[in-house]
Design a binder for this molecule. Structure first.
Ligand code: GLC
Ligand code: CA
Length: 591
């Protein structure tokens, strides 16, 4: 017999050691609810957002000064493109010191003030994790290249390459770089080649080395412990390299990203990262999934795998053009675009989560690429894409200036550009005589990443209110007097006010987050009509993808219900099956 006191003690001890009962997770339409599924994310390219000290370069205090603007827009997560110490070969995507703020952007105290300001307004911050490669000025690489026996040698990928009988050196394989030329550079100090999928100044880290992974996890903890809420992970499927790195076949050379991505150890690294870091915080992760097909998406984001929460799949944003090298904008049709979203809806299940986006700092402006940026159509077509992005399935990602309907810049000459991708491609294609300057420049003006990177247009004062100096690092779009935030603030029919209304609607309509999606007219060449349904609530979204007025009859005798929002303030058609839509008009109905 146990004495009573002992029994009591054993009983209490047993109670204490019971795991806290997990609250039964209430699924919504089969999905586990998460804050990042309900979020609207806004990407800031810090160089271009707001300059606080007149040096022509956007900075962290500049962003802090605009937090009320973002709060009022209604977004709740900010993704900040890299803010780390960098020599800026690729505007911060080449990191010299992961624990320091880029001096042009400010100080760590400025970062802390920004984060505090974001939290005070009940928003969250995610930062850019660029760990496929570093800058060649990162101390790891400085050490690594110094000798073959340096302890950091294996932090990067070094190979002797080939030496011909006459002593000529050639790279270890035929890998091309995303930024033109070979992905290998011979380093004279140790006479070996290092791998760089991107610029010569962006050597790839060797993830097979556990010390590299430990360093990455440690820097992730550093920022999470400061209070950031997660990461956008730059080119994350590239971290595991193909086994043995053989030459790409002629077939693979048509799309190198597919050959480079999703190497044999990717899942293992991501699970380790999740176990060691991500699972310990209330964070979100979104991977930039270059080279990843829709069919491969589940293997990165299925929540039973414990890898990433979401990825960016490029099928929609790159429709009609390639994801590699100097691309051209090819033809695409609305049925093709819809087929992409339809395929996402059927391929990704309740354990996966999607993203919706048509813009970021690597792509031209939405309205100029997918819509009609002529003065008569710009406002409506910009609103249509905001409608689409904020009502399709998946977490929406907006890029700075989308909410104003900012357009591409009228680039004319190579000197107008800043981007290393364009400059390298110009050397490789034009200076080598492969392509005429005229053809190259015409294509780049439509697709260049610099279209997205021109300064944010705040008001009609000189330099669009972006800087008080007169030398912005990249020219302001000359249309800033017509297109700017101040002007749109006071116009009830502006893209800005419409986007605010859309975000508000989404914020109190769970069907747009967790609801099922149905495309009502996949083959229609001009109309995108779909429903989002959650329980007994159905919403109908109808969008006219054309610069002419169109009359559209809903299929199967369906009638549009109550009009909740239209980009044309005078629209009033409701309770009818035939809709007369103005050019680029978009409407949302409750059924
Ligand atoms: C990603 C970034 C892009 C950068 C590249 C190399 O694609 O979004 O801006 O140039 O990675 O880091
Ligand atoms: Ca500045």
């Amino acid at each position: 017999m146990f004495p009573r006191r002992l029994l009591h003690t054993l009983f209490v001890a047993a109670l204490l050691s019971l795991p806290a009962a997990a609250p039964a997770q209430q699924l919504v339409n089969g999905y586990e609810p998460k804050w990042w599924k309900e979020a609207v994310v806004y990407q800031i390219y810090p160089r271009s957002f707001k300059d606080s000290n007149g040096d022509g370069i956007g900075d962290l205090p500049g962003i802090t000064s605009k937090l009320d603007y973002l709060r009022k827009l209604g977004v709740n997560v900010i993704w900040l493109s890299p803010h780390f110490d960098s020599p800026n070969a690729d505007n911060g995507y080449d990191i010299r010191d992961y624990r320091k703020v880029m001096k042009e952007f400010g100080t760590m105290a400025d970062f802390d003030a920004l984060l505090a300001g974001i939290k005070k307004r009940h928003m969250r911050l995610i930062i850019d994790l660029v760990v496929n490669h570093t800058s060649d000025e990162n101390k790891w690489f400085v050490e690594s290249r110094s000798s073959k026996t340096n302890p950091y040698r294996d932090f990067y990928i070094w190979r002797p390459g080939h030496t011909a009988a006459d002593g000529t050196r050639t790279p270890p394989n035929n890998y091309p770089s995303y930024f033109s030329g070979s992905a290998w550079t011979l380093d004279p100090k140790t006479n070996e080649y290092y791998l760089h999928y991107f610029a010569v100044k962006q050597p790839d880290l060797n993830w097979e080395n556990p010390k590299v992974r430990e360093e990455v996890y440690s820097l992730m903890r550093f920022w999470l412990d400061k209070g950031v809420s997660g990461f956008r992970m730059d080119v994350i499927p590239l971290i595991s390299k193909p086994t043995g790195m053989p030459d790409l076949t002629p077939e693979q050379l048509k799309s190198p990203p597919n050959a480079y991505a999703n190497g044999p150890h990717l899942a293992e690294y991501l699970r380790e990262m999740n176990r060691e870091v991500l699972s310990k915080y209330d964070d979100m992760s979104v991977g930039e999934a270059t080279g990843t097909t829709l069919a491969q998406t589940g293997s990165l984001v299925d929540d039973r795998r414990h890898e990433l929460n979401m990825i960016f799949n490029f099928d929609a944003i790159k429709i009609g053009r390639s994801d590699f090298g100097p691309s051209q904008l090819g033809a695409w049709s609305l049925p093709e675009l819809k087929a992409i979203y339809d395929a996402h809806a059927t391929t990704l299940g309740k354990h996966d989560w999607d993203t919706v986006f048509l813009s970021n700092h690597d792509n031209p402006r939405i309205v100029s690429t997918f819509g009609d940026d002529s003065p008569a159509m710009r406002v409506s077509s910009a609103k249509l894409f905001e409608t689409m992005i904020l009502t399709l399935r998946g977490t929406p990602f907006l890029f700075e200036g989308d909410e104003l309907g900012m357009t591409n810049y009228p680039f004319r000459k190579i000197e107008d550009y800043d981007d290393i991708a364009v400059k390298n491609a110009y050397k490789a294609e034009v200076e080598s005589g492969k392509m005429s300057a005229a053809v190259f420049l015409a294509a780049q003006a439509r697709v260049s990443r610099d279209n997205a990177r021109t300064p944010m247009q705040w008001d009609s004062s000189p330099e669009a209110g972006f800087t008080t100096g007169n030398h912005p690092w990249l020219a302001v779009n000359p249309n800033y007097k017509q297109i700017n935030a101040a002007e749109q603030e006071s116009d009830p029919a502006s893209v800005l006010n419409y986007t605010r209304a859309l975000i508000r609607l989404r914020a109190h309509t769970q069907a747009f987050v967790y609801g099922d999606y149905e495309d009502l007219a996949p083959q229609d060449a001009h109309i995108y009509a779909y429903t989002r349904t959650l329980g007994d609530e159905t919403y109908l979204v109808v969008e006219n993808f054309s610069s002419s007025a169109t009359s559209y009859t809903l299929p199967g005798g369906l009638k549009a219900g109550t009009l909740l929002l239209s980009d044309i303030p005078s629209s009033h058609e409701a309770n009818t099956s035939t809709l007369n839509l103005s050019p680029w008009e978009s409407r949302i109905y409750r059924q």
